[in-house]
Each structure stands twice: as structure tokens, then as C-alpha cells.
Design a protein around this ligand. Structure first.
Ligand code: SAH
Ligand code: SF4
Ligand code: F3S
Length: 465
């Protein structure tokens, strides 16, 4: 007797652009479709459902989506010829910002889903299967996090030793260059109990390092179990008590929300890594004012002092925008000067990109592209030099490394320093999952070489014999 053939399980491919929030959301989209029987695949060619989780932060990021959709059109067509139906969805911040426009501009798109609607994905996919061109960019009243299924233990386990957890979403700051308040909506914090449950589950599955995410993560004000509002510092202190969690990080923070209790936590919470991304955007108070950052250059210097007093070995990174409307040579010099005075371990810098609908786009004094590029190169040269200097400063020091995987060379194991840089040593693979002291012996641009401090000790013992 012949059995009717079981339909092959469907496959979903999710590609992330932009920030870590999107990376986290992409995993949740894969989870929500996983609950519908979709397995996650690594290439669009294998998929029945292709989701592009997009970024709208700069013009180039947003435009990239359309060239990518061109590629998806070919994949979809090839599948159709082979008798297979493939669906293409656009998610993320371009979806939120452009909505219907995407379906009009790119016929290949079957559905458009904004960041607040991912829990409705199965329903949207079903509807788009009947009639392509479904758009959902509403900001629903229900909490998307509550509505999303929890990741299964097996999926969590396969994700390794480090994990992101979104604790806050959206932004009320309205910096005049930025689309995020429009694409992600108002600031919302997840309740403490939800965050705690997720972190406990990750820790039980072997995760040792958790990075708390939010567009404005230090503005966190989630409801605690005791009914009071918790700050990020209080949340971090609680999460540090979760068995297995050895390292905590958070990103991205706003300088204005670095409260005393958070600065204090950097001083006395061992699990909180001494590395902080603290975007300043410009070193000119005049530009900062037009950017609506609500902090001055001196406020930033004072803040850096406070943080370094609490945690002298902290390394800082930042974001910069050059060529904001009205930026003079003197303003730009102020930015270079701020970088020289602070000294960053790393930094990202961008040429200002006018975003439709933001106040910056309508300001006077737009800077021509060649000048922006020139300033960007000057700033990047300075930042690169500081980055090298920081890496070099670690040579000879012993740092704790969380080992994550086997390296490319035989016998090599790779982990991360407290400052996020990859560290390579020769050692047993049994170290994977552990935090082990390593003496740094050499610095490259993006990684460090080291020897196990224990091996050093053994050598010293042998030498003394
Ligand atoms: N929430 C974060 C920023 C998210 S966007 C924060 O408050 O810092 C990441 C970075 O992109 C920003 O820090 C900024 O440097 C850059 N950026 C944002 N809008 C931009 C624009 N219109 N043009 C160029 N760079 C921009
Ligand atoms: Fe954008 Fe400013 Fe909000 Fe950061 S704080 S997300 S730069 S509006
Ligand atoms: Fe981009 Fe949206 Fe993140 S615009 S940076 S994906 S919040």
C-alpha cells in the first residue's frame, strides 16, 4: 500500500539589515514561523518564505532593499519555473516608513510587515498566499513581545553562548536627523518579569553573556514585580543574579539617560562589562543643539569623567554624524577635538543623510557631499588610529576571555575580551563556554593574540625549577 507523501516542511529565510534590534527581531520572526512548521534556512534559494528585515536609518540603507528585491525577483521566478511557490516579505524600518509604497514599487513583494506586527506574521503570510500585497504597519495596542512565542529550548541552545534580549523599544528623543522615533514608535519597556524569564531560559540553555537591547536602552523603565518602575541599573543588578549569566552588556544608550545608579553599577557590578557604547554624534554644542540631542559638549565630557571615575578601566565607543546641516569647519574641528580628548576604543561615523519627514531634512545649510566625505575621512583616520592604540594598550595585560568556538588554525580557540574584541589562543577546546584569563601578546586591527595565563604560570614554575 502506498502512503500519501508527507508535504516537505516549509522553509523560511530571514535577512537582517541595520541594528542589533533587527537581528533580535529576525530571530523572533524565525521563531514565530517555526511554530507554524517552518524551518530556518541559510540561503534564499532554499526558502519558501523570504523575509528582508530592513533598515531606514540612512538613504543608502533604505535603497539597498530595492536592489536586494531585484535579486529576490529572480529567485522567485526560478522557483516558479521549477513549480515552487516562494513568498517575499519586507519587514523592519523600511516597511514601517514606506508601507504600501513598497508593494507599488516592487511587484515581487507579497507582504509588508512593520516592527510592531511580527506576532501577526503567520496570519499575514496566509493572507498573502491568497492575495499578494498585504500591508500591516499598524502600531497595535497589544504587546508584540507577549504575543510572540517563546523560543524553544532547542533553538535557544543552538544559538551559542551570547544572546541579545530586547528590553526597550522605540524612542521619544526625536533627534532631528533620525527616523527611529517614526519607524519604531514611542518608547516602551518590557516588564521585568518577562525579561527575567527570557534571560533565565537563555542561561539554562547555556548562554553566558547577555546584551540588553533598546534604541534608548538606558531610558528603560519597566514594571517590576513589586509594582514599582525599575531602572536599567536595577534590572542589570537583578539579571546578574541569574545563575550562569557571567557577562552583561547593554546598547544603545543616550548620554542624557546615564543616571547615577547606572554609573554606579559600572563601578560595582562585576558582571557588567567595562565597555560602553555612548553615542555623542558631534563635538560641537551648536550642532548638538540643532540635532536636538539635549546635551552639550561639556555635558559629555563631564559624563565621561563620572563613568571613568566609577570604572577606570572602562573603554568607550561612540557614533558620529559629520556634515549635519550648518556644520562649519570650526564645528567639525570641535568634533575632532572631542575625539582626541575622550579617546575611544572604537567608533562609527557617518556622513549625514537627509531623511524625509525628519526636521533636519528641512533645515538650512545642507553640506555638499564632497565636503561631508572629506570630513568623514578625516574623522575616520583619527578614530582608526585610536582603535589601534586601544588594541595595542592591551598587549601585556591579562584579560578575561569568554571562549566561544574553535579557531581556523589547528589547536586554536577563539573568544571575546571584555571589550568585545576577538581573542585567539592555542588551548583545549574544552574551554569553550568558560571564562579564562589570557595574557595578550599581540594586537591586530580587529583581533588579539594571547596565551593562557595558566600556561604562563606553568612556564614560570618550570623556569624556576
Ligand atoms: N539609538 C541610537 C541610534 C540609532 S541609529 C542612539 O541614540 O544613538 C545609529 C546611528 O546612526 C546613530 O547613532 C547615528 O550616528 C547614525 N544616524 C542616524 N540617523 C542618521 C542620518 N540621518 N544620517 C547619518 N547617520 C545617521
Ligand atoms: Fe534616533 Fe536620537 Fe532616538 Fe537615538 S536617541 S534613536 S539617534 S532619535
Ligand atoms: Fe535601522 Fe530601524 Fe535599527 S532604521 S538602525 S533597523 S531601528
Amino acid at each position: 500500500m502506498s502512503h500519501p507523501e508527507k508535504p516537505a516542511p516549509k522553509a523560511v529565510y530571514v535577512k537582517s539589515y541595520g541594528c542589533q534590534m533587527n537581528v533580535y527581531d529576525s530571530q523572533r520572526m524565525a521563531d514565530v514561523m517555526g511554530a507554524e512548521g517552518y524551518r530556518e534556512v541559510a540561503t534564499p534559494e532554499e526558502a519558501d518564505l523570504i523575509l528582508l528585515n530592513t533598515c531606514h536609518i540612512r538613504e543608502r540603507a533604505a535603497e539597498k532593499v530595492y536592489s536586494e528585491l531585484g535579486r529576490m525577483r529572480i529567485i522567485k521566478e526560478e522557483a516558479r519555473v521549477a513549480g515552487r511557490k516562494v513568498m517575499v516579505g519586507v519587514a523592519g524600518c523600511v516597511a514601517q516608513a514606506e508601507g504600501e509604497e513598497i508593494v507599488r514599487r516592487a511587484k515581487v513583494v507579497d507582504l509588508v510587515v512593520g516592527p510592531q506586527s511580527y506576532h501577526r506574521l503567520p496570519d499575514l503570510v496566509a493572507r498573502a498566499g491568497v492575495r499578494p500585497g498585504v500591508v500591516d504597519t499598524e502600531f497595535p495596542v497589544e504587546d508584540k513581545f507577549k504575543a510572540l512565542p517563546a523560543a524553544s529550548e532547542a533553538r535557544t541552545r543552538s544559538r551559542g553562548l551570547t544572546a541579545f534580549v530586547t528590553v526597550q523599544e522605540g524612542c521619544d528623543k526625536f533627534c532631528t536627523f533620525c527616523v527611529v522615533p517614526y519607524t519604531r514608535g514611542a518608547e516602551v519597556s518590557r516588564p521585568v518579569s518577562e525579561v527575567l524569564a527570557e534571560v533565565e531560559k537563555l542561561a539554562a540553555a547555556g548562554v553566558r553573556e547577555v546584551t540588553l537591547l533598546g534604541q534608548n536602552v538606558n531610558a528603560y523603565h519597566g514594571a517590576g514585580e513589586d509594582g514599582s518602575e525599575w531602572t536599567l541599573a536595577r534590572l542589570l543588578r537583578r539579571l546578574a543574579e541569574v545563575p550562569g549569566v557571567a557577562r552583561l552588556r547593554y546598547t544603545t544608550s543616550h548620554p542624557r539617560e546615564m543616571t547615577d545608579d547606572l554609573v554606579e553599577a559600572h563601578g560595582d557590578l562585576a558582571a557588567l562589562m567595562p565597555y560602553l557604547h555612548l553615542p555623542v554624534q558631534s563635538g560641537s554644542s551648536a550642532v548638538l543643539k540643532r540635532m536636538n540631542r539635549k546635551h552639550t559638549r561639556d555635558d559629555y565630557f563631564r559624563l565621561v569623567d563620572r563613568i571613568r571615575r566609577a570604572r577606570p578601566d572602562i573603554a568607550l565607543s561612540s557614533d558620529f554624524i559629520v556634515g549635519f546641516p550648518g556644520e562649519t569647519d570650526a564645528d567639525f574641528e570641535d568634533t575632532l577635538d572631542l575625539v582626541r580628548q575622550v579617546g575611544f576604543a572604537a567608533a562609527y561615523s557617518f556622513a549625514y543623510s537627509a531623511r524625509p519627514g525628519t526636521p533636519g531634512a528641512d533645515m538650512d545649510g545642507h553640506i555638499e557631499e564632497p565636503l561631508k566625505t572629506q570630513r568623514l575621512h578625516a574623522l575616520q583616520a583619527l578614530i582608526t588610529a585610536q582603535q589601534h592604540a586601544f588594541q595595542e594598550s592591551l598587549v601585556g595585560r591579562t584579560v578575561d576571555v569568554l571562549f566561544e568556538k574553535i579557531g581556523r588554525k589547528p589547536g586554536q580557540v577563539v573568544g571575546r575580551s571584555p571589550y568585545l574584541s576577538p581573542v585567539q589562543v592555542i588551548g583545549p577546546s574544552s574551554m569553550i563556554g568558560s571564562i579564562v584569563p589570557v595574557r595578550i601578546t599581540g594586537a591586530k586591527t580587529n583581533s588579539l593574540d594571547g596565551v593562557l595565563a595558566a600556561d604562563d604560570h606553568m612556564r614560570a614554575v618550570h623556569a624556576a625549577e
